[in-house]
Design a protein around this ligand. Structure first.
Ligand code: ASP
Length: 324
């Protein structure tokens, strides 16, 4: 028994010493979607903003796409809890438990919550050859093309999947889902006309809307946006889809069991990054709002995710689109 206690004390001392040195090697942020998409974009901007407050260490973005973020999230849930493997994921953390049948991780218990990063509206966009030029014309086109419409998404449980499901329910139209490993490849196919419609974060759609490579019809927030590029887009609510509202948020996580001294260092660095004027400028230019409330604390983040699970579960179930 004595020997066991001594070994435990040594192990704790080693972990403590490592925690003190943290970070002493590159940190990986796993993005559970394809490179070049909106989650990836947030992660890369955040990695840059985190570098200085984490003592100049390199922060590498590791894309582990597939299954609407479940594969990447599960990888982090099982990673060594030493602070060198983190996860940046979005609203899927709160909708996957209802949307996906066999979730390969437990949102509530497999992670240390490190803070919410931002909130991002979505936009409903179409292929450039779409004949409609405003939401009214689009809804007439949808009515005339029932059964023939292809709607892209980033896999079951992704933000685009959720938004697309709610859109189909609200318009009482079944569309053919076309899954991708992220909305970066989905938007490429939308531009090429292989799919008709996509609902995606403004952080991904803004450059394409600006370059007129896609057509934009509405935003998913309950108020119009103030971003110059997007301010004239109507909300889906004012376009007739009562109660339609989705805003995507991103949060940072570490595997459960990461030492408190390490998670504190990361959360402290995150709070510095979220005040970085360059990071704020980049995010705001793309329609995102950098978090600046109680959700940037681990407790606030965890409570927020629990509240989001409670909020989305009945909505998803009422829409009749959940997995079981
Ligand atoms: N926007 C994607 C989604 O629909 C994810 C991504 O590619 O970042 O969830």
């Amino acid at each position: 028994m004595k020997k066991l206690l001594a070994l435990t004390a040594i192990a704790a001392a080693v972990v403590g010493a490592h925690a003190q040195d943290f970070p002493s090697k590159p940190i990986n942020i796993v993005v559970p979607f394809a490179a070049g998409g909106p989650t990836d974009r947030v992660a890369r901007d955040l990695a840059e903003a985190l570098r200085k407050p984490l003592g100049g260490v390199s922060i590498v973005v590791d894309n582990v796409p597939g299954a609407g973020s479940s594969i990447g999230a599960a990888k982090v849930a099982r990673a060594n809890p030493d602070g060198y493997t983190l996860l940046l994921n979005h609203i899927g953390m709160s909708t996957i438990p209802t949307l996906v049948r066999n979730v390969p991780f437990k949102v509530e218990t497999d992670f240390e919550y490190l803070g919410i990063v931002n909130d991002v509206p979505m936009t409903l966009i179409s292929k450039p050859s779409m004949q409609a030029n405003n939401y009214k014309e689009l809804s007439a086109w949808i009515a005339a093309n029932k059964g023939k419409i292809n709607l892209g998404n980033a896999g079951v449980g992704s933000a685009s999947h959720l938004c697309g499901l709610l859109f189909q329910t609200a318009t009482k139209t079944e569309m053919t889902p076309v899954p991708y490993k992220g909305t970066a490849p989905a938007i490429t196919d939308l531009i090429g006309g292989q799919i008709d419609l996509l609902c995606d974060q403004t952080t991904n759609t803004s450059p394409q809307i600006e370059a007129k490579k896609v057509k934009a019809f509405a935003v998913t927030t309950n108020k119009r946006l103030t971003t110059p590029l997007l301010k004239d887009l109507p909300t889906l609510q004012e376009s007739g889809l009562k109660d339609f509202q989705v805003t995507i948020w991103h949060g940072l996580y570490a595997p459960k069991g990461t030492p408190a001294a390490v998670t504190k260092k990361i959360n402290d660095a995150l709070k510095v990054a979220l005040k970085d004027p360059d990071f704020i400028k980049k995010q705001e230019g793309l329609g995102a709002v950098v978090a600046n409330d109680g959700r940037i604390e681990p407790d606030g983040h965890k409570k927020f995710v629990a509240a989001e699970i409670a909020k989305w579960s009945p909505i998803i179930k009422a829409a009749g689109v959940y997995a079981d």
